[in-house]
Write a protein that binds this ligand. Structure first.
Ligand code: SF4
Length: 138
């Protein structure tokens, strides 16, 4: 839990159903929300955010936000930047896999053992950024 319990980090993940990385990003964010940092994070539903969720926009305007995108098109990052009026911290799953020397993950839908391990590693990366942002905003 963060040292300042009033600070929560909003997490937005892209909706990339057509790419395996979209599944990795959603699974990783779910792990952060439910397992790694449940007290420090809130989910901002990307489609609802896009359609004009006032509560989500107000939250994003006044709290740290991390977007987790499946690829370099950065749909969640670009949309959240425009709608919240400030740039979130951007994580790009495709780029992270490259940095880690991982081959692209090939499967859509249900994750296999490797996919679950990658999602867990991504979740720990996101959790580390959550910790950094909550410390910065203490
Ligand atoms: S960031 Fe990439 S994977 Fe995610 S919705 Fe956009 S195009 Fe699809």
């Amino acid at each position: 839990m963060s040292e300042n319990p009033e600070i929560q980090v909003g997490l937005i993940t892209c909706g990339g159903e057509e790419l395996p990385n979209g599944t990795l990003s959603r699974t990783a964010v779910r792990l952060v929300l439910e397992k790694y940092r449940p007290d420090d994070t809130v989910n901002l539903c990307f489609p609802f955010f896009l359609t004009g969720d006032e509560g989500g926009r107000e939250f994003a305007a006044s709290n740290p936000v991390i977007t987790v995108d499946g690829c370099g098109k950065l749909c969640a990052f670009k949309s959240a930047s425009r709608l919240a009026g400030k740039a979130p911290l951007s994580l790009n799953v495709e780029e992270l896999l490259e940095q880690w020397g991982e081959a692209p993950y090939p499967m859509r839908g249900e994750l296999d053992e490797r996919g679950l391990a990658l999602a867990d590693r991504l979740a720990k990366k996101i959790a580390g950024e959550v910790d950094r942002l909550t410390r910065l905003n203490d």
